[in-house]
Structures are given as structure tokens and as C-alpha cells.
Design a protein around this ligand. Structure first.
Ligand code: FE2
Length: 321
């Protein structure tokens, strides 16, 4: 078992790379590379890419990649049942990886040594004036109408028939630890499991991988960190002006505490902007939390509100956090 340090990127297929790229640019990503059949998109952080789309007849979620701490960890992982050898990545950015298939059929890559790129300058960034701590003096806030710049990929949420089976696989191979666990009403099965990376005393996101018990297997969403609530709302206005399909938000989650806003890409994949999430380390341990708390928001649009407004059988468990 190794301990991965973060999620690195997510991989999709789609029948039209132009359509996907146009959406992702409007969502706040930037093209890093594009070949005849594959699109690589980055954020403002130095990661070479966060989102990969391969040209294919049908849209799909292929899987995700986690960041390894070292080449030695890749060698260790390559000896696990079902793991590939350590492979040189034949893609822009290079690097090395080990591939596995999770119990739900998704490809899980663990990567190391992908080249980094220069960070991109931030727009619409200003110091906030808190009531009790005013730091912006003599500077005016004048915002550009623009996409909400994505900083990094923060977490992936999978709908799975059994959180127990998924959790066992991910904890055993990648060293995840539970931040919060929520059980079904009868208390017999995991309904939602929030996994974070184990970096000891170093603080990490409340969740990097979330599994949600669901009748329908699939990707619930991928979630990108953005600079602040201001950027998130500017981005929401921008996406609305382009006519994209909104999913859920704005609100503040309870577990993880992120301020969130969810959208759909043109192929029905739910993508999230989030900011200001909780950071935990090994001392935070694991909490068991009622499912009702997991689904409740601290403010903003609740899952129930959203379901009512849609007048559909919106599955709250597929919304994740
Ligand atoms: Fe999320």
C-alpha cells in the first residue's frame, strides 16, 4: 500500500473536442495541449493538465489519476494484484504511471513526474475587507466579466453500488483515510464515505475521493478548486450568460464546508466549482455523521430545494459533496 498525495486529473471521452473545449474554457480551464484526438486542459496552478478528453463516438468517464509521492511508490504499487508495470506516459507532460481498474470498472492511474508548467496570472483577485480585519485600502473592486478561473482538481465523487467494496479498494491501495462516514438509515451499510489523503501532520482537503451508494453506477461529479467566493459568483454569472445547464448551488456544504456551485458539461458530466473547504490532518481522525447532516447545507440551496424546483426525482445521493 502506498499513500497518494492528491488527485491529479480526470479522463473522459467525447464525440466533439471543440464542444468540450469551449465549455471547459467557459468553466475556467485553459488548453494545455491538444493532439488530433485528445484535449488536455489545465488550471492556474502548475499542474500540466487536470482534465483529459479523448475523441470517441460516445461520451464517457474513463477514470482518474492520483499523485504518487515518489517513483519508489509507483514501483511498490506495480506489484499489487491487477496493477500494470510502471509505464512511461506517452502524452503531453510525460511522466510515469501505474494503471489499475477499480471494482466499478474505472481506470485508476497513479502518476509521478508529469512536468509542471508556469502558473497563470489570476484575474478578479482582490483582498477582502472583513468587518473585523480590513486590509484593502485605496484599491477599488472592479471586476471583469469572465470565467471563474479553475486552480486545481480537488476531488472526484463516484456513485457505486457498494461503498464498502469501493472503500476497501481505495484504502488498501492508495492509503486514503475516512474524514466522515454516513450510514444508511438502518445503520447497516455505508451511504456516503468521504476519503482524504494521509499526509500525516500536513493538512489536506477534507475529501479527495468520495463514494456515494447509488443504484446507478457512474461519475457523480469532479470538483475544481477556485480562488474565492467572488470568483465563483463571477463564474456563475458567466456560465449563465452562455446558457449552460446549472445543477446545484450556490451553497455551503456541511461536511467539508466548501462553498459550491455545480454545472453540467455538454455531455452530462457534473462539474463543480468550490472554494474555502476544510483542511484536516491525521489528528482530525474519522467522524460518523448522520446522512441528513451530510446532505444539509449550512446556507444556500439545499438538495431538497433543488429537487422541488426541478420537479423531478432528483437523486440527492448522486449529488455528493
Ligand atoms: Fe464536491
Amino acid at each position: 500500500m502506498i499513500k497518494v498525495t492528491d488527485v491529479a486529473h480526470a479522463r473522459f471521452t467525447a464525440p466533439d473536442l471543440d464542444v468540450m473545449e469551449t465549455f471547459l474554457v467557459d468553466f475556467g480551464l485553459t488548453r494545455s495541449a491538444r493532439t488530433d484526438d485528445t484535449l488536455y486542459m489545465r488550471g492556474t496552478d502548475p499542474d500540466h493538465h487536470l482534465h483529459i478528453t479523448h475523441l470517441a463516438d460516445k461520451p464517457s468517464f474513463v477514470g482518474m489519476a492520483f499523485q504518487a509521492a515518489s517513483m519508489e511508490d509507483l514501483e511498490t504499487l506495480s506489484k499489487a494484484d491487477g496493477a500494470s508495470a510502471v509505464e512511461e506516459i506517452d502524452e503531453p507532460g510525460g511522466g510515469y504511471r501505474v494503471r489499475m481498474t477499480d471494482p466499478n470498472g474505472y481506470q485508476v492511474e497513479t502518476v509521478f513526474g508529469i512536468e509542471t508548467v508556469d502558473p497563470l496570472p489570476l484575474i478578479n483577485r482582490f483582498e477582502p475587507n472583513f468587518g473585523s480585519a480590513r486590509s484593502r485600502e485605496g484599491e477599488l473592486v472592479r471586476l471583469k466579466k469572465a470565467p471563474c478561473q479553475v486552480k486545481r482538481l480537488g476531488h472526484v465523487v463516484l456513485n457505486v453500488p457498494s461503498c464498502e467494496i469501493a472503500d476497501k479498494f481505495y484504502k488498501e491501495h492508495f492509503g486514503f483515510i475516512s474524514s466522515d462516514e454516513c450510514f444508511t438509515e438502518d445503520g447497516t451499510e455505508l451511504a456516503v464515505a468521504f476519503n482524504r489523503c494521509d499526509k500525516g501532520k500536513d493538512f489536506v482537503d477534507h475529501h479527495t475521493l468520495l463514494t456515494v451508494r447509488s443504484q446507478v453506477r457512474g461519475l457523480a461529479h469532479i470538483a475544481f478548486e477556485v480562488e474565492d467566493i467572488n470568483a465563483l459568483y463571477v463564474g456563475k454569472d458567466y456560465l449563465e450568460s452562455k446558457g449552460y445547464e446549472h445543477s446545484w448551488g450556490v451553497g455551503r456544504h456541511t461536511l467539508g464546508s466548501q462553498i459550491f456551485d455545480y454545472w453540467f458539461d455538454p455531455y452530462g458530466n457534473r462539474v463543480e466549482h468550490w472554494t474555502d473547504g476544510d483542511l484536516l490532518n491525521v489528528d482530525n481522525g474519522t467522524k460518523v455523521t448522520p446522512l441528513s447532516v451530510a446532505l444539509a447545507t449550512q446556507w444556500g440551496v439545499t438538495v431538497a430545494d433543488r429537487r422541488a424546483s426541478l420537479e423531478t426525482d432528483y437523486d440527492p445521493l448522486s449529488s455528493g459533496s
